[in-house]
Write a protein that binds this ligand. Structure first.
Ligand code: ATP
Length: 311
């Protein structure tokens, strides 16, 4: 057994993600889909503080709507802490405090960021020192987006999205995020996509079961060129998300009319991520969308993955 450390607080943070490219393969026999994703971590962070305790508990506060966040063992932060304890043989627990800034069920991987930050914070608190590869294995068990919240930067994800390889990226991209006051359930958006594909064209244009990221996206990231990236961005989940929430179409149009190079539904939505040409364009867009009473946040990417913060 590993001995318990002293009673202190460890603080970690992990970023939200934008899917600048997301292609969904044909539905596999097990009901899942292989995907090809280009992820970018952006400067919107979840903060997690952990303190040694006999048991596992979680409290949640923050700047976003919190009613859909469970505060029992269903919270992914508790699952992460328990998984690390089971893996390392640590016998104690942790009191976990989450400060949430990423919209819940927003398609930006907020829960995944909580899980990644909790893994890192508990490992430091308990002194379990799990090797990075083992941490990434635990991350994968917790959810397809958790490994990316751990590594951050810009990366390509294949398989379920968790088979990650870093992508070469230059410079900083300026994003303006339009947050919705409702959530979209990821499984529901995938169901809508499957239904759409069953109804249309599947036989004429069969869907590749093993999709890949378009080379234009890789080139745009490598060049650090927002105009190129705006032209190459794509999300197969956008059409089903817009079908479930038609009001998002107007949001995208409004952003594009106000100077965004392009707007894209992030992941399964409903957050819309607008790419701006530069900081001035991002600031102008932020003002215009706020004036239209949208809840907007500005962010830059790429940023680092989960990190310990020294208070
Ligand atoms: P993704 O983009 O990775 O599909 P998301 O950003 O759309 O995810 P999250 O906010 O990460 O969605 O997760 C939402 C779901 O997970 C909700 O059903 C919520 O009840 C559950 N959940 C469990 N733990 C958490 C947590 N710590 N924060 C937010 N949601 C959580």
């Amino acid at each position: 057994m590993i001995s318990r450390g002293t009673s202190r607080t460890v603080h970690a943070k992990a970023p939200a993600k934008i899917n600048v490219f997301l292609k969904v393969g044909a539905r596999l026999d097990d009901g899942y889909h292989d995907v090809a994703i280009a992820y970018q971590a952006v400067s919107l962070y979840e903060e997690v503080r952990v303190v040694e305790a006999d048991d596992f508990s979680v409290t949640v506060s923050g700047s976003v709507e919190l009613s859909r966040v469970p505060t029992d063992g269903a919270n992914i932060a508790i699952k992460a802490a328990r998984l690390l304890a089971a893996k390392t043989g640590y016998r104690g627990g942790a009191a976990i405090e989450i400060s949430k800034h990423v919209p819940v069920t927003g398609g930006m991987g907020g829960g995944s960021a909580d899980a990644a930050a909790t893994l890192l914070a508990c490992d430091a608190l308990w002194g379990t020192e799990l090797p990075r590869e083992d941490m990434l294995d635990l991350a994968r068990k917790l959810g397809a987006d958790v490994p990316f919240a751990f590594t951050g930067g810009t990366a390509i994800g294949t398989g379920r999205g968790d088979d990650l390889s870093p992508a070469l990226a230059q410079g900083t991209f300026q994003w303006v995020l339009a947050l919705a006051d409702f959530g979209l359930s990821t499984p529901e958006v995938y169901r809508e996509l499957d239904l759409h594909r069953e109804r249309h064209a599947q036989d004429i244009y069969p869907v590749d079961p093993r999709p890949s990221v378009d080379t234009d996206v890789l080139q745009a990231l490598r060049a650090g060129d927002p105009v190129m990236l705006a032209a190459a961005m794509h999300n197969d989940l956008q059409a089903p998300a817009l079908h479930l929430q038609p009001s998002l179409t107007e949001v995208i149009e409004l952003g594009e009319q106000n100077g965004a190079l392009a707007g894209i539904v992030s992941g399964s939505g409903p957050t819309v991520a607008f790419l701006a040409a530069d900081l001035d364009a991002a600031l102008e867009l932020q003002v215009a969308l706020s004036a239209a009473r949208l809840n907007v946040v500005r962010a830059t990417g790429p940023v680092h993955g989960a990190r310990i913060v020294s208070d």
